[in-house]
Design a binder for this molecule. Structure first.
Ligand code: C2O
Ligand code: CU
Ligand code: CU
Length: 560
């Protein structure tokens, strides 16, 4: 009964809010799924200091009811905006009832800040995440990485955005402010009462938990009124397992300008694009052709996907509405996309190859478990070691013919070299941290390892697969003498085998080096140093420090 009444409210809500009847879009073969009142698009809230409180609360998501969600500072969506080269420090307070770990997806951070499940912090405590922002401009995100609870916590909302800005991107004067719309998309399984409980069956654990509705920035049935002109949509697929086929309901073309690790070298004009869990997309779209009151929907278009053994409730490839845009008479901005957006570093000739076989093991007793090279994850086992700063080819071999795996390497932006099932996708041509490996496909990527030593992860970003063990631990060994790299940049090279570090910067000669602890207290000051000479920290206890060199802030982590 209640549901029917809501269906009625829908259309009247559109009429009263915008004074117009929703015009049925072209391509009407795609079913209109909007059956509840539309909600206005909400920009994420930018962090401006202080503790970030992670708590479970009943919050309004659907009309006339509340929904149990994990919220950060009680907001629908929190976003950090960082400048490349700055140092940041974020205290996160765990107000849940179990330990949590927070991962900075796509960002090159020290091992201790990477959110490894072994670094979880307990209920009631606060952890300070401090690191230097080394990534280029791009859209990154953060999310729960709690041991075997990642899927549930991310699904309930333990995630948010990280937007990195830099000079290179600023030069392009891309649409910004009201014309730059971040969209965190997440499918949820909602019942008639507006509940989105996480209760996966064996089938869901095998296929991944997929829903029947999409939230945008925590909001269902999102609608946004757009002016006549260019918009920049920055999309994160924060879904547990859903692979979207993004397109507009009227087949409006759009321009892909960036992917996981920032700008592509060249823009690509398309009418549809695939977006797997954890992948990001930066697109430009021109809404000038929308008549006043005309609605165009961003949808996941239906596609066929092979089904493994048991079909899930809401399988891959079903049609979904993501959000709607409604045209207005107001004039927006014009933007013409340059033919060349940036230059990406060339990948050197790489010879070392590591192969990872991805398979579902149908062993006795345990049900179906996703494995990498025949193993499921063990938090205490280190699966292999790599050398910091070196390049390797990682080859992901999907041994399943009915399942895809979005493979993700922590802290790295790699390059996709080849796909055995066909040509590279337009998004494969940028810097990537997550790549979808299709059924029976082999994907080869070139990855340069971190300069930060220690323990890192790589895994399938189908979050049920991750929790079920499709993940491995590896360590980065950083030999001494790495400081000859990038000698002109201000860079801090932690040296794990000696009690010292090296800074390469001309600023060293003038301002020297000042070291502060996490409370901002001065712990060490060194005047007029020769760039490249080792700075001893033998007297400092294990902790995270802020190192100031000229007007640069760097993060130093001492571990003994
Ligand atoms: Cu977004 Cu370990 O992942
Ligand atoms: Cu990650
Ligand atoms: Cu997987």
């Amino acid at each position: 009964m209640k549901h029917t009444r809501r269906q009625f409210l829908v259309h009247s809500a559109v009429v009263t809010a915008w004074g117009l009847a929703p015009s049925l879009p072209l391509g009407a073969n795609i079913p209109l799924l909007l059956d509840e009142s539309p909600t206005a698009y909400r920009f994420p809230t930018l962090y401006n200091g202080g503790d970030v409180e992670v708590a479970q609360k009943n919050v309004p998501v659907w009309p006339e009811t509340t929904t149990d969600r994990i919220v950060l500072n009680s907001l629908p969506l929190l976003a950090f905006e960082f400048e490349k080269g700055s140092s940041v420090s974020i205290p996160i307070r765990n107000q849940l009832t179990s330990p949590i770990s927070i991962h900075w997806h796509g960002l090159d951070v020290p091992s201790a800040m990477d959110g490894h499940p072994k670094d979880a912090f307990s209920a009631g405590s606060t952890k300070e995440y401090a690191f230097a922002v080394r990534n280029r401009a791009g859209l990154y995100f953060f999310h729960s990485h709690s041991h075997m609870a990642t899927a549930r916590e991310v699904y309930m909302g333990l995630m948010g955005l990280v937007i990195v800005r830099d000079q290179e991107e600023r030069q392009l004067s891309l649409p910004s402010g009201e014309y730059e719309l971040p969209l965190v998309i997440q499918d949820v399984r909602v019942d008639a009462a507006g509940k989105v409980a996480y209760s996966p069956t064996m089938n869901d654990m095998m296929n991944g938990w997929m829903g029947n509705r999409v939230l945008v920035n925590g909001t269902p049935n999102t609608i946004h009124s757009v002016k006549r002109g260019a918009y920049r949509l920055r999309i994160v697929n924060a879904s547990n397992a859903r692979v979207y086929k993004l397109q507009f309901s009227n087949a409006l073309p759009f321009t892909i300008i960036g992917t996981d690790g920032g700008l592509l070298e060249e823009p690509a004009v398309v009418t549809s694009v695939q977006l797997a869990p954890a992948e990001r997309l930066d697109i430009l779209v021109d809404f000038s052709t929308l008549a006043q009151g005309e609605i165009v929907r961003l949808i996941s278009a239906p596609y066929t996907s092979p089904v493994e053994m048991m079909s899930p409730l809401y399988p891959q490839g079903i049609a979904l509405d993501i959000m709607s845009f409604i045209g207005s008479v107001e004039q927006g901005i014009q933007y013409s996309v340059p033919a060349k957006l940036c230059t990406l570093p060339t990948v050197p000739e790489v010879t070392t190859t590591r192969t990872f076989a991805l398979a579902m093991s149908r062993g006795m007793g345990m049900g179906v478990r996703p494995t990498i090279n025949g193993k499921t994850y063990d938090i205490d086992r280190v699966d292999f070691q790599v050398t910091g700063g070196t390049y390797e080819i990682w080859q992901f071999q999907n041994q399943e013919n009915a399942m895809s795996h979005p493979m993700h390497i922590h802290g790295r932006q790699f390059r996709v070299l080849s796909r055995s099932n066909g040509a590279l996708l337009p998004t494969d041509k940028g810097l990537k941290d997550t790549v979808l490996v299709g059924p029976s496909e082999t994907v080869r990527v070139a990855v340069q390892h971190s300069e930060y030593p220690g323990l890192f992860l790589f895994h399938c970003h189908n979050l049920e697969h991750e929790d079920e063990g499709m993940m491995q631990n590896y360590t980065v060994f950083v030999p001494t003498g790495i400081e000859e790299r990038e000698p002109t940049d201000t860079m801090l090279y932690p040296n794990p085998t000696a009690d010292s570090f090296v800074v390469q910067s001309q600023a060293l000669e003038h301002g020297g080096v000042t070291i502060y602890d996490s409370m901002g207290r001065l712990v060490k000051q060194l005047h007029s140093m020769v760039p490249g000479s080792p700075i001893s920290v033998a007297d400092l206890p294990s902790a995270t420090y802020r190192v100031q060199v000229g007007n640069m802030d760097l993060t130093l982590i001492v571990r003994r």
